[in-house]
Design a protein around this ligand. Structure first.
Ligand code: AMP
Ligand code: MG
Length: 404
């Protein structure tokens, strides 16, 4: 049996990222960039106006001047002008060396012969400088980071059409248990719907994997082995059930007979002690307990970092949100304990009834906190660190967002 931190270190140290391929940037959102990208030119590419206005000389402040030309965005070349003149210029149009500042349209007074400029004009006002956003040669996107919609703005601004990313991890989901039926099948009184497989399928997908189901297997070694042997080209096989001490808990034995090397077996965690991590050829294997809540907790604790490590991201460690307890909470000490709870952006409230075999708390949990064996109570307002599970920060009521 290993500690939670030991188990995680084994994952961090053994799981490696996959090969790379090149795809159009529009298809890369959510993928992990395999390369750093450097700017090949300055952004802006040339000095230009930040406003619709007039390119002016400072010495003309407060004076009436004539309007020589109009320059629009997209125009080339830049307009040269003398003192006593201005050039009308639109946002994004190039400024020339003659331009000492831009005065916005709304700050001038139109006259019969031209315009009157305001009396106080600051040198360089409203000019956007070549390279002030991104300098040529500067790295603007880093390797091993997630590509977002906003990364696409940067990539496109440099004329980049394709990007090198890591291949998505390939995950196979596999459940064991004679009692299980797929959710679309008819069920008998003594049977149970397989809720773990759809849950893990969807969660692995959310984390960016190519996921497939292996049909669930009965509890004999032969059935288990033949099911698994169809999945060995995956990067990760995820099983649930049959890892405990029951008479038909053969999952680990079946994997070992196929050649799985155990990297850790059993974790000092409540719930989910039987969780096992191994390697079968080049494929990682995580055997989770069948109890849905225990499986879910151990998915979040161990499978998620495994998937993230496979995906190539450097951000594979658990994120932490510092929050406070909404109320007092007492529980049994003696174990490394995971407590699922609701989080409203302000405080953490443990879900009152959470047992390893339950399904309903899984859906309600926004995050989890982990306590050391010595801890048996948490008090209202005590600061705690929460590992988020699903944190949807959208608001269901309108609030004042200003800082006063
Ligand atoms: P096991 O880990 O196989 O001993 O299963 C522990 C408990 O979880 C038993 O009550 C099983 O019926 C239940 N269980 C196992 N696999 C699943 C599953 N895929 N979906 C829902 N419940 C399950
Ligand atoms: Mg079972």
């Amino acid at each position: 049996m290993v500690k939670i931190t030991e188990a995680l270190n084994i994952i961090y140290n053994t799981v490696t990222k996959k090969s790379t391929h090149i795809i159009p940037i529009e298809e890369s959102i959510g993928s992990i960039s395999a390369k750093s990208y450097k700017a090949s030119f300055d952004l802006p590419r040339f000095d230009n106006s930040a406003m619709d206005g007039y390119a002016v000389k400072i010495a003309d402040a407060g004076k009436e001047v004539t309007v020589k030309e109009i320059t629009y965005a997209g125009d080339n070349p830049e307009e040269i002008f003398e003192q006593g003149e201005v050039v009308k210029i639109m946002t994004g149009a190039p400024t020339s060396n003659s331009c000492e500042a831009i005065v916005p349209i709304e700050d001038v007074e139109i006259t019969d012969i031209g315009i009157i400029l305001p009396s106080n004009i600051k040198k360089d006002a409203m000019i956007r400088w070549k390279g002030e956003d991104i300098k040529s040669g500067e790295t603007f996107l880093f390797a091993d980071e997630k590509i977002t919609a906003y990364s696409l703005a940067l990539l496109a601004s440099q004329g980049i059409t394709h990007i090198e990313i890591y291949r998505k991890p390939k995950v196979v989901i596999f459940s064991t248990g004679e009692e299980l039926k797929a959710h679309y099948e008819k069920i008998e009184k003594h049977q149970l719907y397989n809720s773990n497989a759809p849950m893990f399928y969807a969660r692995a997908k959310e984390l960016g994997c190519d996921v497939s189901y292996l049909s669930s297997s009965g509890d004999t070694i032969e059935e288990l082995k033949s099911a698994v042997s169809n999945a060995m080209d995956a990067d990760l096989i995820l099983t649930s059930g049959g890892v405990s001490v029951g008479d038909k808990d053969f999952t680990i034995q079946a994997f070992m007979e196929l050649g799985m090397e155990i990297l850790f077996s059993k974790v000092n965690i409540k719930p989910g002690k039987p969780t096992t991590f191994g390697k079968l050829g080049s494929c990682f294997v995580i055997n989770l307990p069948g109890n849905p809540l225990a499986g879910m907790v151990n998915f979040e604790m161990f499978v998620k970092p495994t998937i993230l490590k496979l995906s190539g991201t450097r951000a594979f460690y658990h994120p932490l949100i510092t929050t406070k307890m909404r109320d007092d909470h007492k529980f049994r000490a003696g174990k490394y304990t995971v407590i699922l709870g609701e989080w409203n952006g302000d405080s953490f409230a443990p879900i009152s009834n959470q047992k390893p075999g339950m399904v309903s708390p899984i859906e309600r949990a926004d995050g989890m906190i982990l306590t050391m064996p010595s801890v048996n109570s948490l008090s209202k307002d005590q600061i705690v660190k929460m590992i988020p599970i699903k944190v949807d920060l959208q608001n269901d009521k309108e609030e004042d967002f200003f800082i006063h």
